[in-house]
Write a protein of this length. Structure first.
Length: 197
């Protein structure tokens, strides 16, 4: 779904001032490739919006576990080892693929070149609610896209013990708000226009 159909201001955190909400809504609406989505401030923590490389992901058709880039979707407090809980901790994340690879898959599917260019441009402008565009930088060696409709959960212990994994970066405040906005629309579409009785 195209993100242009929603008013950003309806999804912004309540604790922001009116001026901050307007500023953030404007920044989200006017997203460009120059918008900084990353920070290196949290190198030793696991937070919502982290990008990790070489992280285990099961390919269900083949049953094989591959090591891929992922974007953490779980709330930061839900994966904190400091929080005691009755059940084992699980971590939820979305796979991150290269944007060029995604375009190649569309091309092999027989989609028109102009339609592919339009789709890629919409992804870069953050207009697709089921995808988060990730520009180059801070450990991202190519343009990427987090597939929010392909999230998976694994035991946190399996994630933590996976020796190959490396933290690439965390989302900045702007990046985190953008992720929160997209997750709210993608998973909790309050404006779905279905009367449920």
């Amino acid at each position: 779904m195209n993100i242009d159909r929603f008013d950003y201001k309806d999804f912004l955190p309540y604790y922001l001032t009116a001026e901050q909400k307007l500023g953030l809504a404007g920044a989200l609406r006017d997203f460009s490739e120059k918008t900084n989505l990353y920070t290196t401030d949290f190198a030793d923590e696991t937070l919502q919006g982290d990008l990790w490389g070489q992280t285990p992901l099961m390919d269900f058709p083949s049953g094989k576990i591959r090591s891929v880039r992922v974007l953490v979707i779980s709330n930061s407090c839900d994966v904190s080892p400091d929080n005691k809980r009755e059940l084992p901790i699980y971590i939820t994340y979305a796979p991150v693929i290269g944007l060029a690879g995604y375009a190649s898959v569309l091309e092999k599917s027989g989609i028109d070149t102009d339609a592919i260019k339009s789709k890629i441009q919409s992804i870069r402008e953050q207009k697709i609610t089921s995808m988060l565009f990730l520009p180059v930088g801070y450990g991202m060696d190519e343009e990427g896209v987090a597939l929010l409709d392909r999230v998976t959960s694994i035991p946190y212990r399996s994630f933590d013990n996976h020796a190959e994994k490396t933290k690439l970066t965390s989302l900045s405040q702007m990046g985190h708000y953008l992720l929160s906005f997209k997750l709210a629309i993608h998973f909790c579409r309050m404006h779905e226009a279905i009367a449920r009785g």
